[in-house]
Write a protein that binds this ligand. Structure first.
Ligand code: PHE
Length: 389
């Protein structure tokens, strides 16, 4: 009797699965099933730039938790599939291959570092999986294909804005540049800064570069020292920046340093041990923004993680809500329709501002220039795209 009952139950569940598979509509398909949609997340939670991935993942998970608590996306709960890109472009490619294999994610979110996104993008493009980077700013990232999007500003704008800030706000006439020659983000920003700064009438008095993995910058610093720079532009990631700053001060160069979003990490000022006091960098949002959207997010994030969200966390949070908005606008779990919806997404109100996605799959947004004071990043002013173009 017992055996017969078990058999009946087993048969019944096979029947149910077959039925579900035959249903019309979008209950089951690539990257989703009848009650879940799978989103991939590929970021670096280990290695040199681990705080980029950790903060992003925290922001993403907060958004997923909120969305699932209020019923999910069109009735499906989000399940995240996370891959660590280990601060390495090669590992980024491997992570993308894992997520893209077997159509296991509906949309892929990532990466943070442009060099990693550049390796991952062709893999998702080829599989037809929409990829949305929360924070890769190098212009070439979204040029990898028509399925590759981003929700942040681009480095031609960011580099230009840093030049405007140096020239107009800091009254700098002469600038030096120190960049990482092995990193697309760094070389791109250096190029865009130089173009705008010289266009504004400024002069680049020294251009130095270092190799990935370098930890001794003394030769480059000696070459910059004594050239009379009013500002030193260092478009690099936070670990390198902290070392660079300390070595500049050790050589008695007191000139302020200026950088882009890659500086942002809670460990920046800790590792720099005071060497970055009074320096500046550009970023994607300001936690001090008094708007309801920002303050609600900051409060929820603080409650969950016990710390103030970085702009990486804010962009991670926004990218999940952008995905939700696009699926809802598409009205179906159909990638072609979601791609269309993403392309035409207008006036999305995020924590990182109100923005639209343009025909080149990019967002146009303002930059917040911040000043380092102790462990704090104080907002100096926002620069809008019109001011740089
Ligand atoms: N914009 C950086 C890149 O493209 C990544 C980054 C974004 C770093 C936001 C910090 C904050 O490589």
């Amino acid at each position: 009797m017992r055996k017969a009952l078990t058999l009946l139950i087993a048969l019944g569940s096979v029947f149910a699965v077959v039925l579900a598979g035959c249903k019309s509509g979008d209950e089951v398909g690539p990257g989703f099933n009848d009650d879940k949609v799978f989103l991939g997340l590929f970021v670096s939670t280990s290695g040199d730039i681990a705080s980029f991935g950790t903060d992003t993942k925290n922001g993403v998970e907060l958004a997923v938790e909120e969305i699932n608590a209020s019923g999910g996306i069109n009735g499906k709960k989000i399940e995240l599939r996370v891959e660590d890109t280990a601060s390495d472009p090669q590992q980024g490619g491997n992570a993308a291959t894992k997520l893209a294999t077997g159509d296991s994610v509906f949309v892929a979110l990532g990466a943070v570092a442009s060099g990693i996104s550049l390796n991952a993008a062709p893999i998702f493009q080829e599989k037809g999986i929409p990829m949305i980077s929360p924070s890769s700013t190098n212009p070439t990232v979204t040029q990898q294909g028509d399925k590759i999007f981003r929700i942040c500003y681009l480095d031609d704008f960011q580099g230009g804005a840093c030049a405007v800030f140096a020239h107009k706000d800091l009254k700098a006439k002469k600038a030096a540049i120190l960049s990482n020659q092995d990193d697309a983000y760094s070389t791109g920003l250096a190029k865009f800064f130089k173009a705008k700064f010289t266009k504004l009438g400024g002069e680049i008095v020294a251009e130095e570069s270092f190799k990935k993995g370098n930890s001794d910058f003394n030769t480059q610093i000696s070459n910059i020292k004594g050239k009379g720079a009013d500002i030193i532009f260092v478009p690099a990631y936070y670990n390198d920046v902290a070392l660079i700053a300390k070595q500049f001060r050790a050589q008695d160069v007191k000139t302020p340093l200026l950088g882009g979003d890659g500086w942002e990490s809670a460990s920046l000022t800790k590792n720099a041990e005071g060497a970055l006091e009074g320096c500046y960098f550009g970023n994607h949002y300001s936690q001090e923004d008094k708007s309801d959207t920002v303050q609600k997010f900051v409060a929820a994030y603080k409650k969950k993680y016990g710390e103030t969200p970085s702009s990486l966390a804010a962009l991670g949070y926004d990218v999940v809500y952008v995905t939700k908005a696009a699926i809802e606008k598409a009205g179906a779990f159909d990638r072609a329709k979601v791609l269309d919806a993403l392309r035409g997404l207008t006036d999305f109100q995020g924590v990182t501002g109100k923005f639209s996605i343009d025909g080149d799959r990019n967002a146009r947004k303002s930059i917040s220039m911040l000043k380092i004071q102790g462990d704090r990043f104080l907002p100096v002013r926002q620069i809008a795209p019109e001011e740089v173009e």
